[in-house]
Ligand binder design. Structure first.
Ligand SMILES: Nc1nc2c(ncn2[C@@H]2O[C@H](COP(=O)(O)OP(=O)(O)OP(=O)(O)O)[C@@H](O)[C@H]2O)c(=O)[nH]1
Ligand SMILES: [Mg+2]
Length: 322
């Protein structure tokens, strides 16, 4: 999965691709040939080849750079399906392939016509016909290119997550301190959402635990509501919980400074427990503001308090799992 999404190339529009290819074609210089007809013919063929190469390389960069959804693991596949419309995605890539193939085909046939022609006046007719069709193939996929350009915006943000590595997913209501916690316990340079902004996607940090490098995943906040009512952000959190979590750390904010009542947070915890059937560690964050008399682990992510207690609990699960 390394770099699958972060390396998706920037997408040009039809106009930009045509400008680039025509510009390159125009730069081709005529080589000397004692036969004037052969000299012009060679020159025209060289122009076609340069334009073909330009289109082929550009379009193939997209065909290679945008992942084939069928090759993705379940987690990434589900995540992509929340972020982009899969049918349009497949269709767009199909169109790019069609344009590439069409250009290769007409280039071959145009070279053949040039080779058959002895009449120098016919060369420019053949070339103009080629330019017209070349432009038309690229123009016809403009909407598909725009669509891919949009897709890229959301897909490049998908982190490289190794579905084989032990993974802790941090979940809970919005504003309870999930990102603060992930930042506090991740080592190295965490690829974590720059809090205090609302987390809009999935972010991954790492932790060295019991000699293993495990993943720690930050998710967007969840409200206590049915799946059908969930927005794109929440759906991503649910997918991470479902397909990535070996262990869930559910963060509660009993101080309710997050803006949500504790009973609502507990109701979400209860639902997630029922639907997931995964081990959940419940932590109460913001102990600097409020401490309840429950038996849950109490921490302050912001003040880095009691995090060692939580880390020990995570460690126990990692050791048991390995
Ligand atoms: N007092 C106090 N504030 C905290 C603590 N942990 C986080 N906060 C604050 O709570 C606010 C929300 O923290 P985030 O980490 O962004 O919360 P989140 O759960 O990631 O929020 P979403 O991404 O929107 O779901 C920020 O202003 C934090 O500084 C804590 O232990 N004590
Ligand atoms: Mg967050």
């Amino acid at each position: 999965m390394e770099g699958t999404f972060s390396k998706i190339p920037a997408v040009l529009g039809s106009r930009e691709i045509l400008d680039k290819c025509f510009r390159r074609g125009k730069k081709v210089e005529m080589s000397f040939h004692p036969d004037r007809v052969a000299a012009v013919r060679n020159w025209d063929i060289a122009k076609l080849k340069v334009m073909e190469k330009c289109a082929k390389e550009t379009l193939e960069r997209y065909l290679k750079g945008f992942p084939d959804l069928r090759t993705l693991d379940r987690f990434h596949r589900e995540l992509v399906s929340v972020l982009v419309d899969e049918n349009s995605y497949r269709k767009a890539l199909g169109s790019v392939k069609w344009a590439r193939d069409s250009i290769l085909r007409i280039t071959t046939s145009t070279v053949k016509s040039l080779e058959r022609t002895r009449n120098i006046e016919d060369f420019s007719k053949i070339m103009n016909a080629y330019f017209g069709r070349f432009s038309s193939f690229v123009d016809q996929i403009n909407d598909d290119l725009s669509f891919l350009k949009e897709c890229r915006k959301s897909l490049v943000k998908i982190p490289d997550i190794d579905t084989e590595v032990f993974t802790v997913v941090i979940a809970g209501f919005p504003n309870v301190g999930k990102s603060e916690l992930v930042n506090a316990i991740s080592t190295g340079r965490p690829e974590v959402a720059p809090y205090p902004f609302t987390t809009k996607g999935i972010y991954v940090g790492h932790m060295g635990i019991a000699g293993e490098k495990i993943q720690i995943v930050d998710t967007p906040g969840l409200l206590d509501r049915r799946l059908e009512e969930r927005n794109k952000m929440e759906k991503q959190a649910i997918i991470a919980l479902k397909y990535l979590a070996d262990l869930v750390v559910f963060v509660l904010d009993p101080s309710e400074t997050c803006g949500y009542r504790l009973d609502m947070q507990l109701s979400l915890l209860n639902d997630i427990g029922k639907f997931l059937e995964k081990e959940i560690i419940v932590v109460e964050n913001k102990m600097d503001l409020y401490v309840s008399n429950s038996n849950n682990i109490k921490i302050s992510a912001k003040e880095r308090k009691n995090l060692d207690v939580l880390v020990k609990e995570i460690e126990k699960r990692v050791v048991r799992n390995g």
